[in-house]
Write a protein of this length. Sequence first.
Lengths: 148, 114
Amino acid sequence: MISDSIEREIVIAASPERVWEVITRAEHLGTWFSDAGADIDLRPGGALALHWKEYGTARGRVETVEPPRTFGFRWVFVGDGAPTERNSTLVVFTLTPDGDQTRLRVTESGFASLDLPTEQQAKHVAENTEGWRQELDELLEYLADRAR
Amino acid sequence: MSAADPGSVLAALAEPTRRQVLDLLAERGEASASSLAESLPVTRQAVVKHLGVLDDAGLVTAQRVGREVRYRPRPETLVDAGRWMAELAARWETRLAAVKRLAESSPPRHTPSR
């Protein structure tokens, strides 16, 4: 069944504090999410900007900051205005200690209220996201090389 | 054939009565608003409105047959929206894998304090 949200989970061999750093700090966000850096004002209502080398900047707003448990933000899916329910989705990370590991769960929701009115815009989004995915693939290769 | 936008597909599906309308259409293959209304606890006008939203989202197609408008489901739109969500979900798997690598590979520069 198609739902309005995506939920994924991964177990990480690191403390919640360490995982919290990776998901909230600009220097890390700018590599695992975008590929040309990020700016974040880590407090509810704080501004977020994710920069891609080739695809420009996606803006967002920090919604929830409860270290090291919950981190939430909205990020703009369509256009480059301030995030609203019509143009952005809500991403929420939940960190749960699991022995000496951390269970990291992410949900992204709000796709149903996205305003993607024209075919052209939908196409534009599809092209953008395809581009981002290629960038992420490159990042993964880079990280895999470094980890060897 | 218009490429439906996944946002409006999900919005259309968010309403329970519209899901029922779509279920009934899938069962029957095709139906008019009047015959759908007979099987649902809402008025014919309400069914017409719901069918309009489903039509805009590309989930049904309407065809006039004499004095009647008959509706048919368009499952390909549902499949496309499902694929779109699956792609978005796959990107999260990639991102989470990257977070895992970063968190596990580089040791913290300082221990968590205070």
